[in-house]
Design a protein around this ligand. Structure first.
Ligand SMILES: [Zn+2]
Length: 395
């Protein structure tokens, strides 16, 4: 039984107790009612009611009887990882990524679709089709879908950054995104920014497994930050915490689409690299293009890299001093070779709380990355909300 996950018998706690029982069986299966009751501090009657509900929902399945030291054989229960599932969708300016995940975090469906426009009128029907395709291909009853996690680049709502540059999706700031998706899909919907969802994904299935305090710098079209502190994702008042692309790293520097001069995004983003190389007649469209110029040791690309890493180093120093993370992870929609090269070129500030002798993990590491990272994180968030007791919430 994990620390802190203690049930209570009050009626209002029924939903919480269901999660406690489910979590106990998942971690200790097979388990009988008496054992569950004792371990979760619940009455046998309460456990009987809860297991009946969970069995009806398909989340627990009976697994025969086991004879105890005395008394009649007790019915055993197992966790059913395919009793429910969640879909995670990432909407980017040029693509939609969809994944379907079961309760154990296994990805059963994954699809990447290029789009001409991320405008709601075009993107919403495509997402509806993708969710239906995910359910159909994996042959799951519709009733087992817990919800759909939708990941988008921030910022959410009308802010001064709303129409700032390439990373922003057109047509979304003035509509109620949650409502639009809920109405179109007919399932519960969770909206999250890409950097936070990617951080959660790293914790659930990537390099941050076992880490409770870390920062994740996400390279989408722009640059975002996901922060996990004491196991919880930090969102801010409007879900916009971590908008680090518009931190100024050069006073009076490059003009940014947001109106500032010298934002990080104008030096170290995928878009900045594309713009820089365009001057020299090189078009960087795909990850393969990036990998090639790096393999060729193109001097213009190396110049960009040096400069981008210098700006990134400053921001990593800021992030370290703000959050005191176990590590800072870099990941997202950049090829591994580019992230590795950025890390190699970093000159991290010496004066940082993270510069300490007793480190067990490097100050900066590369995430497991992959283009599904944020979509997987969104699906994982739905699953955690459904099956994890709130005092154990992972992210
Ligand atoms: Zn800016």
């Amino acid at each position: 039984m994990p620390i802190g996950a203690i049930g209570g018998n009050a009626e209002r706690n029924r939903d919480h107790n269901q999660k406690v029982v489910l979590e106990y069986v998942r971690a200790n299966e097979p388990a009988g009612r008496a054992e569950i009751a004792k371990s979760c501090s619940l009455s046998i009657q309460a456990v009987s009611n809860i297991t009946a509900v969970l069995e009806e929902q398909g989340l627990l399945k009976p697994d025969g009887h086991r004879t105890g030291v005395r008394g009649k054989p007790a019915l055993q229960y197992r966790f059913n990882p395919d009793g429910a599932c969640a879909v995670g969708v990432e909407l980017r300016p040029d693509a939609i990524v969809a994944t379907l995940m079961n309760l154990s975090g296994e990805v059963a469906f994954s699809k990447h679709q290029f789009i001409d426009s991320a405008h709601p009128e075009i993107a919403v029907p495509l997402i509806v089709d993708l969710v239906e395709e995910a359910i159909a291909v994996t042959k799951r009853p519709k009733s087992t879908l817990l919800g759909v996690g939708i990941v988008m680049p921030g910022p959410f709502g009308e802010t001064a950054l709303t129409s700032a540059g390439e990373a922003v999706l057109p047509g979304w700031s003035e509509i109620n995104t949650q409502q639009v998706f809920q109405d179109a899909l007919g399932y519960p919907v969770l909206i999250e920014n890409d950097a936070t969802a990617a951080a959660v994904s790293e914790r659930v299935a990537g390099i941050a497994k076992g880490l409770n305090n870390f920062c994740f710098i996400y390279f989408g079209t722009g640059i975002g930050l996901g922060v996990v502190s004491k196991g919880h994702a930090q969102r801010g008042a409007f879900g916009n915490a971590g908008e680090i692309g518009h931190i100024i790293t050069q006073a009076g520097g490059n003009l940014c689409a947001c109106g500032n001069k010298g934002c990080l995004e104008t030096y170290a983003s995928r878009f900045a690299a594309k713009q820089h190389m365009k001057q020299f007649g090189i078009n960087l469209e795909t990850g393969r293009d990036f990998a090639q110029v790096l393999k060729d040791q193109d001097p213009n690309m190396l110049n960009w890299m040096q400069n981008a890493s210098a700006h990134l180093s400053q921001v990593i120093g800021i992030v370290e001093n703000l959050y005191d993370p176990q590590t800072v992870i870099l990941g997202g929609a950049l090829p591994d070779i580019l992230i590795d090269s950025l890390i190699e070129h970093l000159e991290l500030p010496v004066g940082s709380v993270s510069n300490r002798d007793d480190r067990e993990i490097a100050r900066v590491i590369r995430g497991f990355s992959g283009r599904e990272t944020a979509a997987i994180g969104a699906a994982a968030m739905i699953i955690h909300q459904t099956i994890t007791p709130s005092n154990l919430t992972l992210a």
